[in-house]
Design a protein around this ligand. Sequence first.
Ligand code: AMP
Length: 218
Amino acid sequence: MNIVIFGPPGAGKGTQADYLVNEFNLFKVSTGDLLRDETELKSDLGKKIKIIIDKGHLVSDDIINNLIKKVISNNLYSNKLIFDGYPRNLNQTKNLDSLLNHYDQKISSVLSLNVDYEVVLKRILGRQICSKCGLIFNDFFNPSTRENHKCEIKFLKKRSDDNEIIIKKRFETYTKETQPILDYYKSQNLLKNIDGMKKIDEINKEIRQIIHSLNAWL
Ligand code: AMP
């Protein structure tokens, strides 16, 4: 089972994907995380990537498709992937199809989390990510506590592109470049629209139901 999860920045893709990883024994592939890992290395490539990310633009398809190929070609992850933040445009969508085809895999379902800009803004401005364990929290909606998070507070970090100007740009990029892909997946009967403005656990429940219903016929 391979799942693709869509939604504008701040829709909760990463949070929901993390739940699914635990519940269904999947591996999350977040191109945003892979790119941020590269920027942390402060390599020449990493520096170029950071400039693009901090403008809210998309990184070039060649870079992204190479990263994705490494993941899809790895037997360990075969048919166990949840794609978070990929594909982001039509070219990447075609590339994903052809790679999955080549490695004898397919997409089982495409989930689209729909969220308004105002909600996105609040969510992203409150977002904190643990640089040690990778869990995502939110100052307003889902703060880190002793119960839900074992690492020390000092590991909680904000992303450099989580500011109001860049959020607006990222939202526009999503609407212009990524949203059109949804029609493609709709035409393949793979698309499930989900109200991403509900509470995290309600969304998770809905997604779990969708995935259980997939398991019934997979
Ligand atoms: P994300 O963590 O998914 O919000 O991604 C953060 C940033 O990384 C995006 O705003 C883009 O600049 C870049 N990025 C992530 N995934 C992709 C992708 N599939 N294609 C191009 N750029 C991407």
